[in-house]
Design a protein around this ligand. Structure first.
Ligand SMILES: [Zn+2]
Length: 274
């Protein structure tokens, strides 16, 4: 393996190990996360290191029928093309969609749905991926930008829903890139979990897509903020853990009594993700 590639692999392995370490070897973390600790551990186990060759994401074909999640390290601004086989739904995503669609009614045979959706996931309007901001990003081909009513004509599904293909996790990599801290890594794990729950907004007629995005951010910070807190108390927090904690505290401060995302939280999150 070329040394550049070896360094990249090492960087990615360390990020996965750091997250696993926090989940398994810091008892307070597992305690604070409850059942979510198991969910996040499973996500960590699904990750595998993939390669980017000549601007294209590549992984062995044996992963196609698995729940594997490709993990890559990219320089800021580098374009990565996601090929068809990498964008299609995983078996679990497909099973979830089948279950959600149920049987009968006005629906054409489920297989036709799945084929159509997979076909569209495989031809995303923009299948070039780029990490332009932030330290990491979860990317999954989705149907958000297209007109899904074509495929679900004659039923009650809301126009604003998403169906995701296999997600990928890209970490920012560059010269002097420090080890990727556990909290931001686990934050991305929450986003990966969200990609496997991809059908949630299906019936959510009132929620515009961007609000759904802000809710996902809120969820990620709310789960991982306490993790960063535990790491800090244990003297294990890196700068990026501190950053997660700070944002979490800011979000807690902006809560209201509604139990939903408050206006102040929404404004703050919008500012963060822009
Ligand atoms: Zn996020």
């Amino acid at each position: 393996m070329a040394s550049e590639q070896r360094l990249r692999h090492h960087f990615l392995e360390q990020a996965v190990e750091g997250a696993r370490d926090a989940l398994q070897n810091v008892p307070e973390v597992a305690e604070r996360l409850g059942g979510m600790a198991t969910e996040l551990s499973k996500i960590g186990d699904q990750l595998f290191i993939a390669n980017v060759r000549k601007g294209e994401l590549q992984f062995p074909k044996r992963y196609i029928n698995s729940e594997g999640i490709p993990l890559i390290a990219v320089h800021r601004g580098t374009k990565v093309h996601v090929p068809e086989y990498a964008a299609k739904m995983t078996p679990r995503q497909e099973a979830g969609l089948r279950q959600r669609l149920g049987t009968g009614g006005d629906y054409p045979p489920q297989d036709m749905y799945i084929r159509t959706i997979n076909d569209h996931l495989a031809h995303p309007t923009n299948s070039d991926f780029q990490l332009s901001k932030g330290l990491a990003q979860v990317r999954a081909a989705d149907l958000q930008q297209r007109n899904p009513s074509r495929y679900f004509a004659g039923n009650n599904f809301a126009p604003a829903y998403r169906i995701y293909g296999r997600p990928l996790l890209a970490l920012l990599y560059g010269e002097n890139q420090p080890v990727f801290a556990a909290s931001p890594m686990l934050h991305e794990y929450v986003h990966l979990l969200q990609a496997f729950r991809h059908l949630e907004p299906l019936h959510d007629e009132a929620t515009p897509i961007h609000t759904a995005d802000l809710n996902k951010e809120l969820e990620a910070y709310m789960f991982i903020g306490p993790v960063a807190d535990c790491l800090q108390t244990a003297g294990l927090a890196a700068d990026e853990d501190e950053n997660q904690l700070r944002i979490y505290k800011d979000l807690v401060q902006r809560r209201d009594d509604s139990g939903q995302m408050s206006q102040l939280q929404a404004d703050y999150l919008r500012f963060l993700v822009q």
